[in-house]
Design a protein around this ligand. Structure first.
Ligand SMILES: [Ca+2]
Ligand SMILES: [Ca+2]
Ligand SMILES: [Ca+2]
Ligand SMILES: [Ca+2]
Length: 307
């Protein structure tokens, strides 16, 4: 075969391919390639509308699922999954191929970029979307890793509550209810030594000790100005050296102060989105991925509760 013949054949082949794809007017997809990209979320233009989407930048493709729900929020646990039937209006799964790389703005901005064209589009004809939101992690960020707040060592973090305030230690910013945060009581200021500080040497680390100088006066009551902070109370305000709660020889009177009521927990929510029994029309009626998983999306927020 001459060089010219083979080039001509190639051109002919390309021409045929072009005809086939133009004539068809529809694309044939057997599966989607979005496993390795992050699930993203935007609020839609309609009230209570959410748009979950994944963008595969390397192939200029994206898949989205938009729905309307007055019960879904990223920070609300769904006791049972929310299920919604696709209806192609307010609840749609849409796959698109673009002329260029898109960004999240394509879904999140009210005005989509004008210079990006949709080359191909597939809309799910029917299917059942399942949206599930759960808490996967809670931590008080107090400097003690959650697993180390398993005081009784039984592997269950929920039943360790040193100070009896109803909050398990791994979610309690002040584990001994002495009004000094664990994050403040923990450091021992000794380089290369991870042992928590124990000021009075009673083998109870300060962050779990409600009487840090062992003078039989509760730390939270060694708060002369009763402002809820024992760190700013000294025997001699001019020569501030050791706070009263760490000074066993100070003759300060006890002031009855209640434990602080506010507690802040870093909470990670995970939303998982799946569209089951997914069907397309026409040339894609034999689509194989009829249970399409969008994967999950995590969001971490600070939640402050009042005891
Ligand atoms: Ca804690
Ligand atoms: Ca303490
Ligand atoms: Ca004390
Ligand atoms: Ca004080």
């Amino acid at each position: 075969m001459s060089k010219h013949t083979s080039i001509r054949n190639l051109i002919y082949f390309l021409f045929l391919t072009l005809i086939a794809s133009c004539d068809d007017g529809d694309i044939i997809i057997t599966s989607f390639e979005f496993d390795d990209v992050d699930l993203q979320l935007c609020t839609g233009s309609k009230e209570n509308e959410f748009v979950f989407f994944k963008i595969n930048e390397s192939i200029n493709e994206a898949i989205s699922y938009n729905f309307i729900s007055d019960t879904y929020s990223e920070t609300t646990v769904t006791p049972t999954p929310i299920t919604i039937n696709l209806d192609n209006t307010t609840n749609s799964l849409i796959y698109r191929q673009f002329s260029a790389t898109i960004t999240a703005d394509y879904y999140c901005s009210n005005i989509p970029p004008a210079d990006i064209l949709v080359n191909e589009e597939l809309v799910g004809a029917s299917g059942i979307a399942e949206i599930f939101n759960e808490i996967i992690q809670e931590d008080d960020n107090d400097g003690v890793p959650a697993e180390d707040e398993d005081i009784n060592g039984n592997g269950n973090l929920e039943d360790d509550d040193t100070d009896g305030d109803g909050i398990p230690n791994y979610k309690d910013q002040d584990d001994d209810n002495d009004n000094i945060l664990t994050s403040v009581e923990l450091p021992n200021n000794i380089p290369d030594n991870d042992d928590p500080r124990d000021s009075d040497g009673d083998q109870i680390p300060d962050y779990l000790d409600d009487d840090d100088d062992n003078d039989d006066k509760l730390t939270r009551n060694e708060d002369s100005d009763a402002n809820g902070n024992p760190l700013d109370d000294f025997l001699d305000e001019n020569n501030r050296i050791t706070p009263l709660y760490l000074d066993p020889d100070a003759d300060n009177a006890e002031v009855i102060v209640a434990p602080s009521k506010n507690n802040t927990v870093q909470t990670t929510f995970r939303t998982t989105v799946t569209v089951n029994q997914l069907m397309f029309d026409g040339d894609n009626a034999n689509f194989e991925d009829n249970s399409f998983s969008f994967g999950f999306r995590d969001i971490t927020v600070s939640i402050t509760t009042e005891l």
